[in-house]
Design a protein around this ligand. Structure first.
Ligand code: NAD
Ligand code: LMR
Length: 327
């Protein structure tokens, strides 16, 4: 039997938490032979609800669930964690942009960033889901001393999956025919969803679809604004698709991306693709054995450059708003 992997999840009694924990415990994230221990964090007011979620986890008798703990003490939840999924944060409501949440959520990622760095495994891999995810991840990463800041990522996978699904629908092909979409930049309406490097059945997606008006008027704004569209339709922000994206993000990071494909992850910038260092920005990456590498040498046209830079400028603005929270 393999050693269990310790997975800390914050905001575990929330909506995404409730959709995520059972997927992790069933083996969807790390494979059907890998035992896991869940270390769950909530605020005191939600501990009772979290206790109920843990009772339900028990009642599933998941063969791979080797232990569960729940707490309102960040250091206890992060102790020895190999993977940290930071969901705990307030969601936006109608009429808000995600970065309107910086004031209410930013502080959480300072406090928890400090605790995480003290308590988690030094090799821990962190994904931030709570919005605004890129800048919250930057706040947490800025407190990394023992841990490697490169292991702090933000979730761009929901945008990536949204792009795949839209390309497939417009091309009239199954989603399995589509590879290599990219969600560049911020997880916000200023991201740049890129189908220009994607392929459908091995053919460039833009050539395959051959519909520039659709790309510019529907595909790009459609992916950029999908979160808002869901919020308006459901009266609440996305949940199951977000939990699924977190499962995909961690799975591919640990187990590897498929041959001849890539995924989008928000990672610390280092000047690649002309994006200056110091923000967390969505890039195409290939993963293998728990490491990721940015896909190099993609051609960037002036049209793409403008959109990629605009997303960077938004992240710079967000970073300026949270300077006081950074280590
Ligand atoms: P929710 O309100 O249902 O759950 C959030 C949970 O976090 C609550 O149970 C709350 O008690 C808990 N929480 C709040 N502060 C905490 C703290 N300091 N420590 C631990 N737990 C804390 O919200 P949700 O629908 O689960 O969404 C969670 C976050 O995920 C939101 O910020 C939302 O905007 C974001 N989100 C991001 C993406 C993405 O693609 N990155 C997608 C969907 C949602
Ligand atoms: C999403 O993209 O669905 C999430 O970030 C939730 C939101 O606020 O839009």
């Amino acid at each position: 039997m393999r050693q269990p992997i310790r997975i800390a999840v914050t905001g575990a009694a929330g909506h995404i938490g409730y959709n995520l924990l059972f997927r992790i415990a069933s083996g969807d994230m790390l494979g059907y032979r890998q035992p896991v221990i869940l270390q769950l964090l909530e605020i005191p007011a939600s501990l009772q609800a979290l206790k109920g979620v843990c009772m339900e986890l028990d009642d599933c008798a998941f063969p791979l669930l080797a232990g569960t703990l729940f707490t309102d003490v960040p250091e206890e939840a992060f102790a020895g964690a190999d993977i940290v999924i930071m969901v705990g944060a307030r969601p936006r409501t109608k009429g808000m942009e995600r970065n309107d949440l910086l004031n209410v959520n930013g502080e959480i990622f300072k406090t928890q960033g400090i605790a995480l760095d003290r308590a988690a495994s030094p090799r821990a891999k962190v994904v931030v889901v709570g919005n605004p995810a890129n800048t919250n991840a930057l706040i947490a990463a800025s407190h990394a001393r023992r841990l490697d800041p490169k292991n702090y990522t933000s979730m761009m996978r929901l945008d990536h999956n949204r792009a795949l699904s839209r390309i497939a629908a417009h091309a009239g092909r199954p989603v399995t025919s589509v590879r290599k979409a990219i969600a560049w930049g911020n997880h916000s309406s200023a991201q740049f969803p890129d189908l220009y490097h994607a392929v459908v059945d091995g053919i460039n997606a833009n050539t395959f679809i051959h519909d520039p008006k659709w790309v510019e008027r529907e595909f790009i704004p459609g992916v950029q604004n999908r979160g808002t569209e869901i919020l308006e339709a459901r009266g609440a922000s996305s949940v199951a698709s977000a939990a699924n994206a977190a499962v995909c993000h961690v799975r591919d990071w640990l187990l590897g991306t498929p041959e001849n494909d890539w995924v989008s992850m928000g990672i610390l910038t280092d000047g690649r693709y002309g994006i200056p260092e110091g923000v967390i920005y969505g890039f195409p990456v290939q993963c293998s054995k728990g490491s990721y590498a940015v896909v190099e040498n993609l051609e960037i046209t002036p049209f793409m450059r403008e959109r990629m830079d605009s997303s960077y400028r938004e992240l710079l603005w967000e970073r300026d708003q949270v300077r006081h929270l950074m280590g």
